[in-house]
Ligand binder design. Structure first.
Ligand code: SAM
Length: 341
């Protein structure tokens, strides 16, 4: 059977969807795959609640079933690992789109934020044990305040889930998908998505653990394995770790000057630090770094003409982040050696 893709999802992935509204997202994946035999789609609502809430729920469910999907209702994502029909299964992708604990007051109120955080905590706690090796949990989520206050990366890290990518979520990537408010009298209506991202997490036992070294606390951010980092880097141009949407498209000299400025913004501190710490060395750190940045940039542009510069800058930011992670990891390893002596 030929493999088919839609955005991050392949017809070869075993996919679990939780918290579905009218099941149009599941159907969008199934339509792209030409089959739903790899899909387990679920809702918190019972079947009766669904057909009362959403006009198209019934027809979407009929289509999904005809295409081979396994459908479940009344699935609480914060309890699902205990279900006999679900808990023992393993998935390559577990997806919760636009999680929301319902309307309990203004979204910026601390107790409302805390309800949403509780939902996600429960979801991560359950989902992390239901992943295949190298499986991923995907949460699409609005990123502007007050939604950013949910701090979903921190919640995931509590369950050893490491953020591996955060890519723009665009509803038009999923034909037929109609996102829903899901609660209240206007439950069948959409809401404004604004800035929204798909947060991708992988299980990594050391992630998020705090380590006390010499009186200071460090969060362990593991260095990715070779295998992870290959797929990680393949996806990097899609990442958005900073808010640099306004960076112009690649247009030649102006943009090259822009990227040079960004390089010195990101790496300038390192170079100064190397100079201050080691003084003059026979190894030309500055020159090598410049060469690496130039070659990396040329390769990035070769791989897709007209790519936005923001993608390359995101790669630099990610390198920066990984460099900090490596330092933390090194300190952690060295402190172990220290203790053994
Ligand atoms: C904003 S709606 C989004 C619905 C759907 N995912 C979509 O994209 O259209 C939030 C959804 O979260 C679901 N939800 C809330 N608490 C849940 C829980 N504990 N387990 C599973 N789903 C839950 C609701 O039933 C609702 O469908």
């Amino acid at each position: 059977m030929e493999e088919r893709w839609i955005k991050h999802y392949s017809s070869f992935h075993r996919i679990l969807l939780v918290g579905e509204g009218d099941f149009s997202f599941s159907l969008s994946l199934a339509d792209a795959f030409g089959s739903a035999s790899n899909i387990v789609a679920s809702s918190l609502d019972s079947y009766d609640e669904l057909i009362t809430k959403y006009k198209k729920a019934n027809s979407n469910l009929v289509h999904l079933k005809n295409m081979g999907a396994f459908i479940l209702h009344g699935v609480d994502a914060t309890e699902m690992e205990h279900r006999s029909d679900l808990g023992k299964q393993k998935f390559d992708r577990i997806i919760f789109n636009l999680p929301h604990a319902g309307f309990h007051g203004q979204e910026m109120l601390p107790h409302v934020i805390s309800l949403h955080r509780k939902l996600l905590r429960g979801f991560f706690r359950n989902a992390c044990g239901m992943l295949q090796k190298n499986g991923e949990i995907h949460v699409s989520h609005k990123t502007k305040c007050p939604y950013s206050e949910w701090k979903i990366e921190d919640l995931a890290a509590e369950y050893s889930l490491m953020l591996i990518e955060c890519s723009d979520f665009k509803i038009e990537d999923y034909p037929g998908y109609k996102h829903k408010r899901g609660d209240g009298s206007r439950c069948d209506e959409p809401f404004s998505l604004g800035e929204c991202s798909t947060f991708k997490f992988m299980f990594c036992p050391a992630a998020g653990k705090m380590q006390r070294i010499g009186g200071r606390e460090f969060q362990v951010i593991p260095v990715l394995t070779e295998q992870h980092s290959t797929s990680f880097y393949k996806q990097l141009p899609l990442c958005r770790f900073t808010n640099m949407n306004d960076v112009p498209l690649y247009t030649g000299l102006t943009s090259q000057a822009h990227i040079r400025n960004e390089c010195s913004r990101i790496f300038g501190g390192y170079l100064n630090h190397v100079k201050e710490t080691f003084g003059r060395t026979s190894y030309d750190v500055h020159g090598s770094l410049n060469d690496a940045l130039r070659l990396g940039f040329e390769q990035y542009m070769r791989e897709g003409r007209g790519r936005p510069l923001s993608g390359y800058i995101d790669i630099l930011e990610e390198l920066h982040h990984r460099s900090i992670s490596r330092s933390q990891w090194l300190i952690w390893m060295l402190s172990d050696l220290d203790m053994e002596q």
